[in-house]
Design a protein around this ligand. Structure first.
Ligand code: GLU
Length: 267
């Protein structure tokens, strides 16, 4: 079965970008990538595909602005995110308005998804924004979240909850890794990228290991968990490189990009 072909029918997608896809190693904005991302998402919206962006970057950008290394303590992260989130939205507003695209900020926490009324409010707001042609830009409300019990602490998980909530057809995770490999590509040159994961098995979990980068949070394991969660909610997921956000076009044209985790909607 050609699962990739079915991605051509996507009408509603969530795109998640990690910190490393938005910033340089020093934590400053990568303007070229933010511009390409804003243009691509606007273009898809113009085409009639409803798009939601889940964006990280608040902590790294806030820390850079404050002249700090990325904080490790919870309150340091919360403070940095409070500075960085405003800068992040200012940057998105600037680039999206270049393309005449309206955007909105949505900050969520895990308890929102567990509380029926709040969850419904979030859903209704996102649906209304999409209906009005606005691109919602979602992040975790880091200021009132902690890395402790009952919070997301990484945007892979948050983006999977958002994609399931709004019954998205697809979640695309744009990352500093271009897909899932049969081993660690940094350590072994013989490993291959897995094109399609029709079903998440124990083997897939054990392959996921523990990759992570200096600026962002999460690794392959959080992505596999996100795909596992989404698969059960009938949503597919692709992990692809965030180097050039235009890969989202290729994914939606059914091309073999990154790793596709097949959800019930196309399986
Ligand atoms: N919410 C965090 C931020 O904006 C990102 C979490 C993550 O890297 O997944 O910095």
């Amino acid at each position: 079965m050609n699962y990739r072909e079915k991605l051509k029918d996507c009408k509603r997608i969530v795109v998640k970008v990690g910190t490393t896809s938005l910033t340089y190693e020093n934590g400053r904005f990568n303007l070229k990538k933010i511009d390409r991302l804003s243009k691509m998402l606007t273009d898809l919206t113009n085409k009639g595909i409803e798009t939601v962006l889940v964006s990280s970057g608040a902590i790294a950008i806030g820390a850079e602005k404050l002249g700090l290394e990325r904080p490790r303590d919870i309150v340091g992260k919360q403070a940095a995110s409070a500075v960085g989130q405003a800068l992040l939205m200012q940057m998105y507003e600037k680039f999206f308005s270049e393309y005449n695209q309206k955007v909105a900020q949505i900050l969520l926490t895990k308890p929102v998804f567990d509380a029926e009324i709040k969850r419904r409010n979030a859903l209704n707001t996102i649906n209304k924004l999409l209906e009005m042609g606005v691109i919602p830009i979602v992040n975790e409300n880091d200021t009132i979240s902690t890395d402790e019990f009952n919070e997301f602490s990484d945007n892979d998980t948050l983006s999977s909850y958002v994609a399931a909530l709004i019954k998205s057809d697809l979640l695309v995770i744009l990352s500093d890794i271009d897909g899932m490999y049969t081993g660690d590509p940094n350590k072994d040159s013989n490993v291959e990228m897995i094109d399609t994961v029709p079903k998440i098995t124990d083997e897939i979990y054990s392959l996921a290991g523990g990759s992570s980068s200096r600026l962002g949070t999460g690794g392959m394991i959080t992505k596999v968990k996100a795909a596992d969660y989404l698969g059960k909610k009938n949503v597919s997921m692709v992990i692809a490189s965030g180097d050039n956000p235009d890969v989202v076009y290729d994914i939606l044209e059914g091309r073999k990009i990154g790793t596709l985790f097949v959800g019930g909607n196309i399986g």
